[in-house]
Write a protein that binds this ligand. Structure first.
Ligand SMILES: C[S@@+](CC[C@H](N)C(=O)[O-])C[C@H]1O[C@@H](n2cnc3c(N)ncnc32)[C@H](O)[C@@H]1O
Length: 327
């Protein structure tokens, strides 16, 4: 079931108000909506009615809350939008140039794993043609394809961004014997137990609803003697405890320990700090080219992400580690 712009705005405002533990009544919704959407804020009169009819919101004593059904629809819309953006990036020549300059090679990376880090991951995991590998949050599958091309391993990539997965399937049609892409949510991994020799999670575990639950599931679907390879950057807010940056204290480390998973770590914190400085500089260098290509939004997204992460870098409030778990 689709939702229109006014309905989406109403749902998002109710969620936002709920997150700050305030009551979502018509007055607070209107104030927050105008603040957030400014001139784009829609007239919500009919949205209240239609969302109640669709059972996407509930009203009790003039207070509104959203239903699980609505949360699912919003998640799907967000994933769809995100998937489209991932495909646009992969098709952009200038983004390819950006990746080559930043990561050392263009495999349309979406994040901070450069070739030095990928090579370390591959060296430690010893992936080969006899292995079945799962890549969690594979985006358009370019990293999975690169690994499979270089090892002949059988890789399944999953991502909740359907457009990205469809594009990955199309691009790798001729390699179906060793590459498969499936639209799936990391919060609901549905593979049988003992399915994989190796599971990769390259900058994806930040997005799961419940890290403990996902780690538990990853443990279940991994074969005996299987391996996990996880890249994880930990950031902390100004009032947060810096100890959490230590490799055995991060949110990931805590979840792994909870499931009795022993791990080794490799520190890429310095490489990460350099990465974000370089990312900003390279994006600026390519600004005009992105504009000419009609992809200013890619430039904007890169520069904004770099700026926001550089705040953590400058305050020494970030660490990055590669975690290898041997079951
Ligand atoms: C930072 S990107 C990393 C992509 C890729 N692993 C890489 O290193 O280039 C995070 C990816 O996780 C996906 N993702 C986020 N939340 C997800 C979820 N709940 N289930 C499945 N995929 C998810 C996003 O669509 C995106 O492709």
């Amino acid at each position: 079931m689709k939702i229109n712009k006014a309905e989406e705005q109403l749902l998002r405002v109710i969620i936002g108000i709920g997150r700050s533990n305030r009551k979502a009544n018509k007055e607070s919704i209107s104030t927050a909506g105008k603040h957030y959407y400014k001139d784009n804020f829609s007239n919500l009169n009919s949205a209240y009615k239609s969302l109640i009819q669709k059972k996407f919101i509930k009203e009790l004593n003039e207070e509104y809350s959203i239903t699980n059904e609505a949360e699912k629809i919003l998640k799907k819309q967000r994933a769809d939008g995100f998937g489209k953006m991932l495909v646009r990036k992969e098709k952009s020549e200038v983004y390819g140039k950006f990746c080559k300059m930043l990561h050392g090679k263009n495999i349309s990376q979406f994040n901070m794993m450069n070739m030095e880090q990928l090579n370390k991951l591959l060296e430690l995991l010893e992936i080969n043609e006899h292995q079945r590998v799962l890549d969690l949050g594979c985006a358009t599958g370019t990293i999975a394809e690169y690994i499979s091309d270089n090892t002949q391993a059988n890789i399944i990539g999953i991502d909740f961004a359907e457009t990205a997965i469809k594009w990955a399937q199309e691009r790798t049609k001729s390699k179906q014997d060793r590459l498969k892409f499936i639209t799936m949510n990391m919060d609901e991994l549905s593979f049988p137990k003992n399915s994989f020799d190796t599971i990769l999670a390259i900058d994806t575990l930040y997005f799961v609803e419940d890290l403990n639950k996902t780690i538990q599931k990853m443990k279940e679907i991994l074969k005996k003697n299987g391996k996990l390879g996880i890249f994880f950057s930990q950031m902390i807010k100004p009032d947060g405890d810096k100890e959490i940056l230590l490799p055995d204290k991060t949110q990931l480390a805590q979840a792994l320990k909870k499931h009795n998973l022993k791990f080794k770590t490799w520190d890429f914190t310095e490489s990460e700090k350099e990465f974000w400085k370089k990312s900003k500089t390279i994006a600026k260098t390519l600004k005009n080219e992105f504009e000419k290509e009609g992809n200013s939004h890619i430039y904007e997204s890169r520069i904004n992400e770099a700026k926001s992460i550089l705040k953590f870098v400058e305050a020494d409030r970030i660490s990055r580690h590669l975690y290898i778990v041997n079951l």
